[in-house]
Design a protein around this ligand. Structure first.
Ligand SMILES: Nc1ncnc2c1ncn2[C@@H]1O[C@H](COP(=O)(O)OP(=O)(O)O)[C@@H](O)[C@H]1O
Ligand SMILES: [Mg+2]
Length: 273
């Protein structure tokens, strides 16, 4: 690889950027400072399904306050990676630490309590429940007052507020994606992971989803974003990793990866600049 800022299968860190602290929903966690500290560290992670090695020893970091993206084609192992971080798949080997704590021996509930949440692929909202009830479900591990967080997510997503009592199944695809993100925020996470939030949405709605991703990050949230929409993801991300058949083959800043010839040809379409 000739581009000097692109790392081939390495985990070079970028310097953490300083973002404004404190959306009202974040409580005191935001005041710790976004110092370039590594929040999530994945080391030599392997995930297998029977004989299929879906993730073949990947390592990457997510610094506090940043947007990090994993891009790659269908079947590359992106969802398996996110699912193993939140304890939905048991890794075959490797280490996942969050705030220095090893997650691989924890269950999903404990991992969520420790501050990680996943917006799953395909949204998975509860279609028969109202918007409000979906949001309450997102906070089910908490027993404190939800009013402040509800106000906060409704300020981020005014359309959801208008549809407070509407069944989630009657929302548009874009609104359901917003609800899935809002529901995840109700667990008051320190880091939110999103699995292909733009999938199946019209371009104008994709833009809205990415505006929200940027806004949440601007308020201090750390984000691990999985996308096949490499163009949008690399534009939004501080740092990106390219996954191919279970391995990380390239890493770099979002900007450097977006300008990389190999990435352009494989993921951005040859005609794009
Ligand atoms: N539950 C499962 N059982 C068996 N194979 C699976 C399962 N989930 C994913 N895989 C396989 O693991 C590989 C990676 O899948 P996945 O992590 O979903 O990739 P991506 O999210 O990048 O599309 C694929 O070959 C897929 O078929
Ligand atoms: Mg997937």
């Amino acid at each position: 690889m000739s581009d000097k800022n692109i790392n081939v299968a390495s985990t070079g860190n970028t310097v953490g950027k300083v973002t404004s602290a404190g959306g009202p929903g974040f409580g005191n966690k935001r005041s710790e400072g976004l110092s370039g500290k590594i929040l999530l560290k994945v080391s030599d992670l392997k995930v297998s399904y029977g004989g299929i090695e879906a993730v073949r020893g990947i390592s990457f970091d997510v610094p506090e306050g940043e947007i990090v993206t994993l891009i790659g084609a269908n079947g590359a192992g992106k969802s398996s990676t996110l699912r193993s971080i939140v304890g939905l798949e048991k890794p075959a080997s490797g280490s996942i630490t969050f705030n220095g704590m090893e997650l691989t021996s924890m269950g999903t509930e404990q991992i969520v309590k420790n501050g990680i949440t996943l917006v799953p692929e395909g949204r998975r909202v509860f279609v028969n429940l109202s918007v409000y009830e979906n949001l309450r479900m997102g906070a089910y591990l908490r027993n404190d007052d939800l009013a402040k967080d509800l106000d906060w997510v409704y300020s981020l997503f005014p359309r959801l507020k208008e549809r407070h009592w509407q069944a989630a199944g009657t929302l548009s695809g874009g609104e359901q994606q917003m609800l899935a993100i809002a529901r995840a925020l109700m667990s008051r996470p320190q880091m939110i992971m999103m699995d292909e939030p733009s999938l199946g949405l019209a371009p104008i709605i994709v833009q809205e989803v990415f505006d929200i991703i940027r806004e949440i990050n601007h308020q201090g949230m750390t984000i691990l974003l999985v996308e096949q929409n490499a163009n949008m993801a690399l534009k939004a991300a501080d740092k990106g990793y390219v996954m191919e058949t279970g391995r990380i083959t390239l890493s770099g800043t979002g900007k450097d990866l977006a300008e990389n010839q190999e990435v352009k040809e494989a993921y951005l379409g040859k005609s794009r600049k």
